[in-house]
Design a protein around this ligand. Sequence first.
Ligand SMILES: Cc1cc2nc3c(=O)[nH]c(=O)nc-3n(C[C@H](O)[C@H](O)[C@H](O)COP(=O)(O)OP(=O)(O)OC[C@H]3O[C@@H](n4cnc5c(N)ncnc54)[C@H](O)[C@@H]3O)c2cc1C
Length: 289
Amino acid sequence: MLPSSFEYHRPTTIDEALDLLASLGDDAKVLAGGQSLIPMMKLRFAAPAHLVDINRIEGLDAIEETGEELHIGALVRHNQLAGSDLIRSKYPMIAAAAPQIADPLVRNLGTIGGSLTHCDPSGDLGAVTLAANARVVLKSKDGEREVPVTEFLADTFQSSIAPNELLTKIRITSPTGAYGGTYLKLERKIGDYATVAVATRLMMSNGSIGTAGIGLTSVGLTNIKATAAEDALVGQAPSQELFAEAGRLAAAASSPVSDVRGSEQYKRHMVEVYVRRGLTRSAEMAGAA
Ligand SMILES: Cc1cc2nc3c(=O)[nH]c(=O)nc-3n(C[C@H](O)[C@H](O)[C@H](O)COP(=O)(O)OP(=O)(O)OC[C@H]3O[C@@H](n4cnc5c(N)ncnc54)[C@H](O)[C@@H]3O)c2cc1C
């Protein structure tokens, strides 16, 4: 199907984009990689009267560490994340997830900003950023605000961004001490959305777990941050019993539904298994297994 007609805007600066979003309001949609928005428009699930294409805006595609934080620009493509030396060397959970998103065509175009704003519970980067306690930076003509991803991923296909706002970057506190992380994704075939996927990370502090992060994909109405499981880990020495208990708590926090990819029970079981395996792998990377 063809999308309904729209007016196309191509700002070259953030200020220009913010002016457009302020004046066009609800009638406009930001266009990033187009990998979710264009299919939605073709199916007429979305019919914006205006598209604000942000791809010509410079400076939105950087991956850099500033002070003690990682900053990922909203226009960073999945492939760019997968190929980044900085990500590979210091952010193993993100490095594990990025190459597992979709297929090479989608990874070449799809962006982290688009992925998070689209708020698909099957999106891989939602779980990763939840596990990383990430924050998103939202800009509008009225200023800038920083929102934790836990609040940003408000509901199914519904982020908490306002129509006049542009997501400009994602901020993640850099790891310290010994740490590890990974992303385990169960998919029917390469390029598919997850049947179940789990993001895990651990940061050690004096032999105990100082920080734990667990994010779940495709097992609820949004990506899920398994906070009870995270809390159970903090302050404890890593062990298989502890990781198994965290797996049980994460599975209890999930609410999968039966579909062609598997039964509700199977998916819940896989959350338990993947959390345990992901934490074991993370602890090994941190030299704490
Ligand atoms: C065949 C296929 C397979 C896929 N498989 C997977 C998968 O396995 N895992 C996965 O995680 N994803 C998958 N995706 C989705 C893919 O990751 C998309 O790239 C992503 O969901 C949207 O990113 P985008 O840059 O293309 O955003 P767009 O499609 O351009 O935009 C998506 C939404 O976000 C808004 N938006 C985008 N950027 C901004 C911004 N900076 N500020 C404000 N609003 C913004 C848009 O207005 C729109 O509402 C798949 C997509 C396809 C087509």
